[in-house]
Design a protein around this ligand. Structure first.
Ligand code: WT7
Length: 539
């Protein structure tokens, strides 16, 4: 966080779930809270290198907790607030977190009472490494409270000292772990480090979004994913930017919420995902045009390929034809943006992430791993040389890091995406070439979903694939074979959706379940529903 000489400048604008709830923090105020909370962490016995799990919705305490960890050299592991208790438990155990930070319950759109603390309690019951739980009071709903283990955030902060010198860190010391899904097994703990990650996120944030002092920048992602880590928290705050944190959803209380927030806080730079644009586009232009949006100067998109209709809608309707769009391609693993237009400089083509960022060397490889020269070209998108923000390892499993990203094509980082490079050398990402799904910009492995389906007592086998979905980009299609003697029914279908929600979270719920008497067998691929232990060691 960059405060020196700019303590009175706004750091965070927090827009609550309800349109009449907001709060701002100056850099001085934010720093004071971070120092206090760093002392709370220390009082909990947290030291440099210890892992701290943060399971919060988009409340200001989320950013404060992350920065407090960074200040004392503790490694945070943020778990997206929609993940289930089981997913939370697995993530805590994989990195042996000592502390959990959560909140009583949460609001999200017209939903309230989302049981964050209760999920945390259920998870922690099976997490031997956890020695304490810190609870933010967000809604005031009553929750179970274990006096011997739980501490209220506001009580601990009230008595905490407000001086806390930063821990001295090596550039290669870990900053955080963030779990992401791969094509096999359990999600991987992607580890990012202090020096390179900060250099890369601050530089890309400044250049790609053309950030100038005083600009109000609104990235509508959730901090539970890498977009929020890099482009709500670390990039903007190290650039002394004004960053907006949004607790709600784009459709609450109506379809105009983003544009209302943009007018309310005079937003200049706006960054969102194609799935949100598709959902809003189908509700008609009036929701947009009834708001002025006159402060907007640049629009960004991330998370999945954007198709021409939504790109044109974003450009012509949202941006009134006067704001460049930066279609930014990157991944949890890359730490920051690797491909993007430079606003105002790169001629745009709707649907293309255009050209590599400074220092990035993409190549297209064929099945044999040979570089495909010339244009146009199509194949596996790989990167030839390293960049400062690249992940350093899979937490606790360096071998898996090597196998996943470097074994198939030795000497290259394999992205897992396919791409087309057109006659002008522009890149068009065609999507994942592995068993990774992209559901509304949320990353899930087919193996994880199959493993969760297999937890239902009637299921013998399952095969999950993605299919084109009008709003989500990709939907989840599950083929399920039941145990012999069991007949398909609506109850079983509901039950299967229920176990997936329970084991992963609502965002992983299959859109379609098709019962099949048998599934084609691929001897080279494990059946994760028949053997969920391959995914999570549970059955
Ligand atoms: C996958 C990474 C990076 C932040 C959000 C997602 C897809 C991402 C784009 C884009 C086409 C994109 C890729 C990538 N993706 N951005 N601009 N155009 N596809 O991070 O959860 O790690 O997912 O998202 O398939 O591999 P993630």
């Amino acid at each position: 966080m960059w405060k020196q000489g700019h303590g009175d400048a706004t750091a965070i604008i927090w827009e609550g779930n309800s349109p009449d709830e907001d709060k701002t923090f100056t850099y001085s105020e934010l720093l004071a809270q971070v120092k206090r909370f760093a002392n709370v962490l220390k009082a909990q016995g947290i030291r440099k290198g210890d892992r701290v799990c943060i399971y919060l919705q988009m409340v200001p305490e989320l950013t404060i907790a992350m920065l407090a960890c960074a200040r004392i050299g503790a490694v945070h592991s943020v778990v997206f607030g929609a993940f289930s208790a089981d997913s939370l438990r697995d993530r805590i155990n994989d990195s042996e977190c000592k502390l959990l930070i959560t909140q009583d319950t949460a609001f999200r759109g017209d939903r309230s009472g989302i049981p964050m603390k209760a999920n945390g309690d259920a998870a922690v019951a099976k997490c031997p490494s956890i020695t304490g739980v810190i609870v933010v009071r967000r809604t005031g709903d009553s929750v179970d409270f274990d006096e011997s283990r739980d501490v209220w955030w506001h009580e601990a902060m009230a008595t905490a000292d407000d001086e806390c010198p930063p821990e001295e860190m090596d550039a290669e010391d870990p900053l955080f772990i963030l779990y992401t899904s791969g094509s096999t097994g359990q999600p991987k703990g992607v580890l990012h480090t202090t020096g390179g990650y900060l250099v890369y996120t601050s530089f890309t944030h400044e250049i790609v979004f053309d950030y100038h002092e005083g600009d109000v920048y609104f990235c509508a992602a959730d901090i539970g994913w890498i977009t929020g880590h890099s482009y709500i928290v670390y990039g903007p705050l190290s650039n002394r930017a004004i960053t907006l944190m949004f607790e709600s959803i784009p459709t609450y209380p109506d379809f105009g919420r983003y544009w209302q927030v943009i007018d309310k806080h005079q937003v200049n730079l706006f960054y969102t995902a194609p799935t949100a644009l598709r959902a809003l586009m189908k509700e008609g232009n009036d929701w947009v045009t009834q708001h002025s949006r006159s402060t907007l100067r640049l629009l960004g998109t991330v998370g999945e390929p954007i198709k021409e209709p939504e790109w044109l809608w974003y450009y012509n309707i949202v941006g009134d034809g006067r704001c460049p769009i930066v279609d930014t391609w990157w991944q949890t693993e890359t730490g920051g943006i690797l491909m993007t237009p430079l606003p105002g400089a790169t001629p745009l083509k709707p649907g293309s992430a255009t050209l590599p960022f400074f220092g990035i060397e993409p190549v297209i490889l064929d099945e044999e791993g040979k570089e495909v020269e010339g244009n146009p070209a199509r194949g596996y998108l790989c990167i030839k040389t390293a960049w400062p923000g690249v992940m350093r390892t899979v937490y606790g499993n360096h071998e898996r890091f090597r196998e996943t990203y470097f074994d198939r094509f030795p000497g290259y980082y394999m992205t897992g995406d396919g791409t087309l490079r057109d006659e002008d050398g522009y890149y068009w990402i065609t999507g994942r070439v592995d068993d990774v799904l992209n559901i509304s910009g949320h990353r899930l492995g087919t193996a994880e979903v199959e493993g969760a389906i297999g937890q239902h007592e009637t299921v013998a086998e399952a095969a999950v694939v993605g299919y084109p979905h009008e709003i989500k980009g990709q939907g989840i299609y599950a083929y399920v074979t039941l145990m012999s003697g069991v007949s398909p029914s609506d109850d079983i279908e509901t039950g299967i959706k229920g176990v997936v929600r329970q084991y992963i979270g609502p965002h992983a719920t299959p859109d379609k379940i098709q019962f099949a008497p048998a599934l084609p067998q691929n001897p080279l691929r494990q059946n994760y529903a028949a053997h969920p232990s391959l995914v999570d060691g549970r059955k």
